[in-house]
Design a protein around this ligand. Sequence first.
Ligand code: PMP
Length: 380
Amino acid sequence: MKNKKLLMIPGPSPVARSIQDQMGRETVAFGDPDFVRDFRDLLLDLRTLWKTDGEVFVVAGSGTLAMEMAIANTTKRGQRVLVVSHGFFGDRFVEICKRKGLEVVVLASEWGKAQGVAEIEKALRKNPYNVVTVTHVDTSTGVCAPVPEIGTMMKQFPATLLIVDGVCATAAEPEQVDDMGIDILFTGSQKAFGVAPGLAMLWAGQKAMKRRSELGAIPEYYADFDKWLPIMHDPSKYFATPAVNLVWALKESVRIIKEEGLEARYARHRRNAKAIQSALEAIGFSILAEEHVRAVTLSGVLYPGGIDDVRFRTTLAQEGVQVAGGLGAYAGKMFRLGHMGNIDEHDLVSVVAAIERTLAAVGRKHDIGSGVTELMKKLH
Ligand code: PMP
């Protein structure tokens, strides 16, 4: 008999049964009064939970659409953007901004390390910028940026907007939009919300919305905040067809989040991440990100010497756990393990046990059971 498949790549993350069930509901008209009420309640919850006096947008599309929307609604050709990059997804902003004719300066860290707040402040003192982008957790490296500290520091630069990519962080790493000085935060449904891929969510504070109105007409159509605003205020209106079943699925995810409580959810992610990272270290792996900047949502797990990446990941998949490969210079040298969203202790134990079985299968000697033992010690 085959093992059950556990989806432990860093997004999409496992979808809980009650969330998945929303996808199977009979689709209704987007003007259906029950759907309109559900959508309105969802938007209200998102605004309340992530604390902004500004606006919330939920649109069909992936995280990359949200990146484009954030840039499209805050900048115009020739303006200046400082991209703080901790890896592949930080760098994605560079291409988006360049295509829009923006002047881009990149502050990039070595993979596994985070850019210091002092460095960002130095760059902002040297030259003015319209926007700074920060990837809260870069999914290529498992590095978590010090967003609260960056937000506090940036209060000295009121003319510069702070855009935070929360695709691999929101609903797992603490984020409060207005209090943290974030002007735009965005994420995708498939990561720490534990919903299927397909929705982009954005929170835009009042300063960001003011910037949007100062821009006047913008070239983008689907990505224009102004097109969506009437719908986000009254979901019975139409601009472009909402992803009805995904909206329901997200609503169920938010119900689960409220039931658990955001603070408890953040604490669970911290506890799980520490436990799984410690278990992996106990059986010979090491973690790419420096300890003080490690994400709670995923780990970049470096192989000990002598393990072939493809053989390891293929065997692990046969053992029932799907992980992702390393990106860039880390392809072949590490795997990436997601541990975000609605993941419980059964999942964690199964993952570590499957990794231990895989080590044995590829001929790497270790004290079998020692990883699971370390995990259990750290969880309790
Ligand atoms: N930013 C981050 C941090 C991501 O992890 C991803 C996706 N892995 C993206 C942006 C792009 O999102 P999507 O693949 O949903 O377009």
